[in-house]
Design a protein around this ligand. Structure first.
Ligand SMILES: [Zn+2]
Length: 527
């Protein structure tokens, strides 16, 4: 293996599997694919995509994921050991794991004697055989096998011999990593460190990993303790999404390992904040302002004396340089805060801005205004690109919108309701007026807009709308809550996100829709 094996600790992301057990965290197939791509680009080593045996949607994910061009990460399918008293080759759930055709398979098994006798209702011997057989069978099929020892710490405290025996069975089967799980999230860091070190000493031939939950707000601390105890794989989720109080938050563990413990686990930590916001936006969740490292207020200073001190010497009230994780110092009076992120974004878009230049200031000013109105550009790079293009004069008006109108028709005879949209625009001097019907407002507007533009720009037939998300934004003025709409468009090769904000959902949708088409035209024309 390449540089991968040189990493002191490997990152195993389970946002797409354990994360989706969390309330309010739902991902469509497209969302999962987009997040997987981002995790790979960020340098995550393993991406657990789902549990094919428990969810047909996950079977589909692994089908589609084969088309992803991952540059670094390995995909893992998750499942359980074979059932009691069933030969492993006849277990349908194990078959689904192989059918996922991932390089890595992660299976979980029981470590806690009580769980074996009371829940599985089988014997410790059969439990060990279930673990050993399943690991060995997956190894025979060429998979890298990660063994998740469910309830390991509780099981160990109850009966060390039984818990270690179950791990030993996985080692005998040929497991590549033994992951100790604090499934109930109730273990303390010193226990985690001690028990990890005991496992390392007793089964030195197989590397150990850690999977923790945040029920005592110790998910991150326990993962760090495990690394101190010799663990070389850390499992968790972006922003700590997961059932109950969530999983170990990778967004915190990663900078701790890299900045505080001197372990290089990702190539470019400055992308951390962006990844955190991306997952929030794609899952349609609000950003947690006080999140460690990546939160909006993580490096915000308000008190006059603190502001004065950090301006003289940032270290006086900041534990790290905010830019190291892609965040920034936010002094509430500073007009320059936010600049670095926009400059980085522009650079990524291939239209670099000079720091301090009039253009950079103008772009920044515009972004700030829009953010105050409720815009967020983290998952809407397309709209940000348009904004920068406009400010830099790398924009050519391709059409001029005059008006749009929508209506909704409900029938009394059981016929499906129909939305109708009209669009009036000019291409140069030529007026165009179109009407279209659709299944919903956005669908109708999309059709009408395309209908008007296609005679002039036939290339837009390549573009289609693949995702549409609506979020009501918290407003100080409760009478006028705003709506933010995120749209993802594609031309079959790449996706781009655009955003619209308004008190009116139709207008917000319209803004995002128009940006999606406009950006494609700008790029296509090579302005
Ligand atoms: Zn878990």
């Amino acid at each position: 293996m390449s540089a991968l094996s040189d990493k002191p600790v490997r990152l195993y992301d389970t946002t797409l599997r354990d994360g989706t057990q969390g309330e309010g965290f739902q991902l469509s197939l497209l969302d999962k694919l987009r997040i997987a791509e981002r995790l790979d680009a960020f340098g995550i080593d393993y991406i657990e995509g789902g549990w094919p045996g428990s969810n047909p949607k996950d079977v589909e994910f692994f089908q589609e994921a084969k088309k992803l061009k991952l540059s670094h990460a390995k995909l893992a399918a998750f499942g359980s050991t074979r059932r009691a008293d069933t030969p492993v080759e006849q277990d349908p759930q194990v078959k689904l794991l192989l059918d996922a055709e991932t390089p890595v398979v992660t299976i979980f098994g029981k470590s806690w004697e009580m769980q074996v006798t009371e829940v599985l209702r089988t014997t410790p011997e059969e439990n060990r055989a279930m673990i050993r057989d399943t690991v060995a069978y997956l190894k025979q099929h060429g998979r890298e096998v990660v063994y998740d020892a469910e309830h390991f710490f509780d099981g160990y405290k109850d009966s060390p011999g039984h818990a270690l025996g179950s791990l030993q069975a996985a080692a005998e089967g040929g497991a590549d990593c033994l992951v100790l799980c604090d499934t109930n999230g109730g273990t303390l860091p010193e226990e985690v460190m001690e028990i990890c070190a005991i496992v390392r000493a007793r089964i030195p031939q197989v590397p150990v990993g850690i999977h923790t939950h945040n029920d005592c707000e110790l998910g991150v601390a326990n993962a760090v303790a495990a690394v101190r105890g010799g663990a070389v794989q850390v499992q968790g989720t972006i922003n700590g999404y997961g059932e109950r109080t969530g999983n170990c938050n990778l967004t915190s563990v990663i900078p701790i390992l890299q900045l505080k413990m001197d372990m290089e686990v990702v190539p470019d930590l400055t992308k951390l904040r962006e990844l955190s916001y991306f997952v929030d936006d794609v899952s349609n969740n609000p950003h947690f302002a006080r999140a460690a490292f990546v939160g909006r207020t993580a490096f915000a200073h308000k008190g006059g004396m603190h502001v004065n001190a950090v301006q003289k010497l940032a270290r006086s009230y900041e534990h790290i340089v905010p830019q190291a994780v892609g965040n920034e110092q936010n002094i509430l009076v500073s007009e320059l805060s936010g600049q670095s992120n926009i400059l980085i974004k522009a650079e990524q878009l291939g239209i670099p801005l000079d720091k301090g230049s009039a253009e950079a200031k103008a772009v920044l000013q515009k972004v700030k205004e829009l953010e105050n109105e409720g815009y967020s550009f983290e998952a809407a790079g397309g709209s940000l690109e348009l904004l920068i293009r406009r400010e830099l004069g790398r924009y050519e008006k391709t059409f001029d919108l005059k008006e749009f109108h929508t209506s909704f028709r409900q029938y009394r005879d059981g016929h499906d309701p129909v939305c109708e949209a009209t669009v009036k625009l000019y291409v140069g001097e030529v007026p165009k007026y179109t009407v279209a019907e659709g299944r919903g407002v956005v669908n109708a507007l999309d059709k009408a807009l395309r209908g008007a533009l296609e005679p002039f720009y036939p290339e837009i037939s390549e573009v289609s709308l693949v995702d549409y998300k609506v979020r009501i934004i918290d407003s100080h003025d409760a009478t006028a809550a705003k709506t933010r709409v995120l749209i993802v468009s594609t031309n079959g090769e790449e996706n781009w996100g655009t955003v619209g904000v308004s008190e009116n959902i139709i207008e917000a949708s319209w803004i995002a829709l128009v940006d999606g088409i406009d950006l494609f035209l700008q790029r296509h024309r090579g302005v």
